[in-house]
Ligand binder design. Structure first.
Ligand code: 3PG
Length: 214
């Protein structure tokens, strides 16, 4: 058993508590950080992901991490240098679309909790053999979504997933009824365009419809 991964996953469990929804935020303008952090926290979503897909992302992570009660994760981690940048910016955990030994080494070296992405049985076996039991399943809907996750529960009863990719208000509860779903993740909660236009009331409305989120 890998103690450091066990510790990393204990931290993830603490960060999520009973939260069942991980918002994925892609933010173009760091000036919205404070407002967006308030919307998330007031709506009961204290833990969220900011993707490393914009120029502003690291500054956004740094700013959002400085607010009380926010637990900010860095998403789209591809390389060891992404991991180092995310840690430096203040991210508490990371999420990756896939796994490479280099990426996992960097996270483990820094004891940086990671939700590694998998999309096949072999990738799950690789991650599990290394000690990871909490995994991102991506891109979920393209991979067969609920049906595929049900099938994966047979050989991998010890793994819990964050299905991601194509999740929305309509299929969320189907995913959450599965025994191997830890929580669902998605950008529909706070779409990039609504963040860009600072449409906080619309984002609040979307979140309010997700009354199962915590
Ligand atoms: C990700 O960043 O993990 C995915 O692009 C999110 O997928 P979604 O936009 O369909 O929620």
């Amino acid at each position: 058993m890998n103690r450091s991964i066990e510790k990393m996953e204990e931290s993830l469990k603490e960060f999520f508590g009973s939260q069942k929804l991980l918002p994925i935020l892609t933010v173009d303008d760091k000036e919205v950080s404070e407002d967006l952090a308030s919307v998330m926290c007031e709506s009961g979503l204290k833990t969220y992901e900011v993707t490393l897909r914009t120029q502003a992302s690291l500054e956004v992570i740094a700013q959002m991490s400085s607010f009380d009660n926010c637990i900010v994760g860095a998403g789209t981690l591809i390389s060891p240098s992404d991991v180092r940048s995310a840690i430096k910016a203040g991210a508490k955990f990371g999420i990756s679309p896939g796994i490479t030994p280099e990426l996992l080494n960097e996270c483990e070296k820094n004891c940086f909790p990671l939700i590694p992405g998998v999309s096949t049985a072999s990738e799950i076996m690789n991650a599990y053999a290394r000690g990871y039991k909490i995994l991102k399943f991506f891109p979920s809907e393209n991979l067969g979504g609920v049906k595929t996750l049900k099938a994966l529960h047979g050989p991998f009863p010890g793994c819990k997933f964050f299905p991601t990719g194509g999740i929305n208000q309509d299929n969320a509860l189907d995913y959450l009824s599965l025994p191997n779903v830890y929580a669902i993740a998605g950008s529909w909660v706070a779409p990039r365009e609504l963040i860009r236009s600072r449409d906080w009331s619309q984002i609040r409305k979307i979140i309010q419809m997700s009354d199962w989120k915590i």
